[in-house]
Design a protein around this ligand. Structure first.
Ligand SMILES: Cc1cc2nc3c(=O)[nH]c(=O)nc-3n(C[C@H](O)[C@H](O)[C@H](O)COP(=O)(O)OP(=O)(O)OC[C@H]3O[C@@H](n4cnc5c(N)ncnc54)[C@H](O)[C@@H]3O)c2cc1C
Length: 437
């Protein structure tokens, strides 16, 4: 294929072609519920499942359909750690807090595995491990120290792969070495979110699709303090509200919207590859990402397509950002894997990530409403985990949530109302940083 144009591929999400999403709850809304959850992705559905299993009357409200947001659009990489490295975390929060955060990231993968097993979700969950590859010698040189800190502080042994051994991990010669973490996993995210939705419904939760939450106001009903929610399918009273809207957070929750930067991320998927070529590209079927700020992440799908993603355009998904990103990603993919030069790209899609101003997850209570946001591209496992943690907190369980009490900064001088006018500048800044660092 010479140049990729909008007409050369199907501008749609590959994962959605592998799954049937469950249908939401038909009919009218109940008059009142114990907990109203806004957003039917990993966060909201994990919380709904836990709350319903504990006997709460729960209603999830979703503007679109179950799993419509980032949860069905992502790379399906279930990764250890967080977006920020442990040394940055330790410098900012101290080593004790960092230990608890890191432990939460490991527990979050165990939780996904446990839910997949308990609910018998067929989503190709597999502990295939992840590989980080160094784009520069200086990046590779810093790996020894990171691996040493993780071994000393967290008792976990990651493996450094020198350049001359990389072919055992990846069929590309452009990198300077890598690190392997065997604990990370891969999943088909659309099948996983569909399974979480089914599990929440089975446990007794209502899930109202095409039900945009437009307003949330404090209210009292039968002597109970709570909230009145106005939605596009009607209104109801809820004792508690949990906002799980991630990069799609809107004016319905203005305080939270001001704390979240929605950033686009895009993916292409090729046609199915012959077994031998797939094996050459990724002999151990790892989840792979590179060491740049403006990074590429890629993996094989369970049916041997190369799925290749990146922050090709910083703005959220539209047909034009998807089209431009598909071209950029295809060039990037061939840069990594010249073997794919003549392979067809069959799918291209985008989704919106949620970055907080400190690049950290945050889960707690603001204005009397619960929230869990800020996954910064590491949300498959963490969203599942923080959804469950907040659900437990709402049910009165006092358990540790290492992201509950850390400072939750907004924009400097309050210069942000939820419209990320600075994204082009941030994009340019990170490109320069990748060039010089
Ligand atoms: C392209 C891409 C690739 C990614 N790759 C990875 C990866 O490989 N590994 C990883 O760990 N993470 C990855 N992520 C991040 C991960 O997908 C997210 O962190 C995670 O899905 C967040 O889940 P969530 O339930 O919080 O939000 P979402 O799944 O985004 O769900 C939020 C939902 O809220 C709904 N909503 C918003 N406002 C309202 C309202 N007012 N009323 C009703 N409903 C509302 C939206 O319609 C949406 O469906 C990726 C993200 C993207 C976009």
């Amino acid at each position: 294929m010479a140049g990729l144009t909008m007409l050369d591929f199907n501008p749609s999400n590959y994962w959605l072609d592998t799954v049937g999403m469950p249908a939401g709850t038909p009919g009218d809304l109940p008059e009142r519920v114990d907990v109203a959850i806004v957003g039917a992705g990993f966060t909201g559905l994990s919380a709904a499942r836990t709350l319903a299993k504990r006997g709460a009357k729960v209603a999830v409200f979703e503007t679109n359909t179950i799993g419509w947001g980032a949860s069905s659009r992502n790379g399906g990489m279930v990764l250890t750690g967080m977006k920020l490295g442990v040394e940055t975390l330790a410098g900012r929060y101290g080593m004790d807090a960092t230990r608890r955060m890191y432990a939460a990231s490991l527990a979050s993968i165990d939780l996904v595995e446990q839910i997949v097993g308990e609910e018998q979700i067929e989503c190709s969950f597999s502990r295939c491990g992840h590989l980080v590859v160094a784009c520069k010698q200086s990046h590779f040189d810093s790996y020894a120290r990171s691996v040493e800190v993780i071994a000393r502080e967290f008792y976990r042994q990651l493996r450094i792969v020198p350049r001359n051994e990389l072919r055992g991990e990846i069929g590309s010669d452009i990198y300077f070495g890598g690190i392997v973490d065997e604990v990370s996993a891969g999943v088909n995210p659309a099948r996983y979110v569909a399974g979480l939705g089914r599990a929440a419904i089975k446990a007794g939760a209502f899930i109202f699709e095409h039900a945009r939450v437009e307003r949330i106001e404090r209210n009292t009903s039968n002597g109970h303090q709570g909230f009145r929610l106005s939605t596009s399918r009607g209104g109801l009273f809820a004792k508690e509200v949990f906002v799980a809207t991630s990069g799609y957070t809107s004016k319905a929750t203005p305080m939270l919207q001001k704390k979240i930067i929605p950033v686009g991320s895009f993916i292409i998927a090729t046609e199915r590859l012959p077994e031998a070529l797939a094996h050459e590209l990724s002999p151990r079927n790892r989840m792979i990402y590179d060491s740049k700020h403006y990074l590429y992440y890629y993996r094989l799908t369970p049916d041997n397509r190369m799925l290749f993603g990146g922050r090709a355009a910083f703005f959220p998904e539209t047909s034009s950002t998807i089209g431009r990103s598909a071209e950029i990603l295809r060039r990037g993919m061939i840069g990594v894997y010249p073997q794919l030069r003549d392979v067809q790209v069959e799918y291209a899609w985008g989704g919106t990530l949620d970055f907080c101003f400190d690049t950290m997850p945050h889960a707690g209570c603001m204005d009397g409403m619960y929230y869990a946001v800020g996954y910064a591209g590491h949300g498959v496992a963490m969203a599942t985990y923080l959804g469950e943690k907040i659900a437990e907190q709402i049910s009165g369980v006092r358990d540790e949530n290492p992201f509950g009490n850390i400072p939750f900064p907004g924009a400097l001088l309050g210069l942000y109302n939820g419209r990320p006018w600075f994204l082009p500048f941030a994009g340019a800044y990170y490109k320069v940083l990748d060039w010089i660092s």
